[in-house]
Design a protein around this ligand. Structure first.
Ligand code: URA
Length: 439
């Protein structure tokens, strides 16, 4: 007979659990026979002792099988993408329509904002009428027509992750490589895509702060994907500054639409096009260079934008937002932020930007808090830009009762301006740092 006491004891001493023990733990925790306090103790032991590759794969499979395993009834290559969580990360809204315009299908289950990071579902819900709670049949019928659809995860998909994630969030056990790997990959395996592109963020705004840890996480996820018979690519991307120029829900949707009109800032274009190209590469559409050229052409021909318009309409949203941004509604109050001195912006603390944006109303400070869709931050300047004293560097937006003066002060301290360094010095290196292919 297996007991939870023994499993905690084993992991505390770094011993390896058997597949049977891991399956027993997942089934028992989902059914409620294992209480939160014992599951928490085990999770904390995992944070200190880690899991072997085999244990990580077994945990991922047990979690994936804890609910419905979907097999999309689509005649064509289905690819999925997942980010480990970032600030200003609107790449799904750009990469998915690009991949769809190039002939592959992207049935995308997305999440809501988590901590200081944003979520695609919250972003899309800033479009008037947009519905992310789709019955599975309807979701797939939209994927067949538009090439992609984005829905929230239903309760029947990976219930083990739903329960474990909430527990990890409350017990400081989120930033463990095998736990993040099993959380993300269980959801990806349960949705049945043939190919998976993983955007593994690295840096101050990411859960993995160092490149070495990000590589470990990327390799772990690719290995688990391979073991489950999926084609998997991990793209390690920079999260030492917000991605693009906006943070906040409708602000990010507008930036994504602009990107599909060919007007993306360089960092956002580089990451989004790379993710789309890697999805095409999984579908064997050509070499990496050919896939990149196809992705660029989907933007410049306007075909990707048309996919987004179609998908918005099919999911009940007002597609006219693409041509008229006033339909999003605007924030009631705004506050301009000016440079306090001459110099070059050497740092924008990504995590703290995420927290200011959350306090402006773009994220949740409590589990059930309402989102303010137009709240957030628009940057006029970013890392590497030269600024003059008194020049505007950003604007904060809110409609909530948040104290704008206080938040403006908090925001000013997250942007570091240095004198005596040259403009456009490459502060954070490339935005796409490494590509790891597991096929
Ligand atoms: N995203 C997830 O879905 N799970 C994690 O554990 C971390 C980021």
């Amino acid at each position: 007979m297996i007991t939870m006491y023994e499993l905690i004891e084993k992991k505390k001493h770094g011993a390896e659990l058997t597949e049977e023990e891991i399956n027993w733990f997942v089934a028992g925790y989902v059914s409620g026979s294992i209480p939160d306090y014992q599951a928490s103790a085990w999770l904390m032991a995992v944070c200190f002792s880690s899991l072997s590759d085999r244990e990580t794969a077994d945990l991922t499979m047990a979690m994936a099988r804890s609910g419905e395993m979907q097999t999309p009834n689509i005649d064509g290559f289905c690819a999925d993408k997942h980010s480990t969580g970032g600030v200003g990360d609107k790449t799904t809204l750009i990469a998915a329509p690009i991949a769809a315009a190039c002939g592959i299908y992207v049935p995308k289950m997305s999440g809501r904002g988590l901590g200081h990071t944003g979520g695609t579902i919250d972003k899309l819900e800033s479009i008037p009428g947009f519905n992310t709670a789709l019955p599975y049949e309807k979701f797939i019928s939209i994927v067949k027509k538009a090439g992609f659809a984005v829905a929230g995860q239903t309760g029947s998909l990976v219930p083990a992750d739903k329960k474990l994630y909430a527990l990890r969030n409350a017990t400081a056990t989120v930033d463990s490589i095998p736990l993040i790997c099993s959380s993300i990959m269980s959801k990806k395996l349960a949705t049945g895509a043939k190919g998976i592109v993983l955007d593994v963020k690295t840096g101050d705004g990411a859960f993995m702060k160092t490149l070495a840890d990000s590589e470990r996480l990327a390799n772990a996820m690719v290995r688990v994907g391979q073991l489950a018979g999926k084609k998997c690519t991990a793209v390690i991307t920079d999260m030492n500054k917000p991605l693009g120029r906006t943070v906040g829900n409708s602000l990010e949707v507008i930036e994504a639409i602009e990107a599909l009109k060919g007007n993306a800032p360089a960092d956002l274009a580089e990451v989004s096009l790379t993710l789309a190209a890697q999805m095409l590469s999984l579908a064997e559409k050509g070499s990496d260079e050919e896939c990149m050229a196809m992705a660029e052409d989907a933007v410049f021909s306007g075909k990707a934008l048309e996919r987004l318009r179609e998908m918005i309409a099919l999911q009940g949203g007002n597609p006219n937002v693409i041509d008229d941004y006033s339909l999003f509604g605007s924030a009631e109050r705004s506050k301009e932020i000016f440079a306090p001195s001459d110099g070059v912006i050497s740092e924008i603390s990504c995590e703290r930007v995420g927290i200011v944006s959350l306090k402006l109303g773009a994220g949740r400070t409590t589990k059930d808090a309402e989102i303010d869709p137009s709240a957030g931050i628009v940057f006029d300047k970013t890392v590497g830009d030269k600024v003059k004293k008194g020049e505007r560097i950003a604007v904060l937006y809110t409609s909530s009762r948040s104290n704008l003066e206080e938040l403006a002060e908090e925001f000013a301290s997250v942007v570091k301006i240095e004198s005596g360094i040259s403009e456009k010095r490459n502060f954070s290196g490339k935005n796409v740092i490494k590509i790891i292919k597991g096929y």
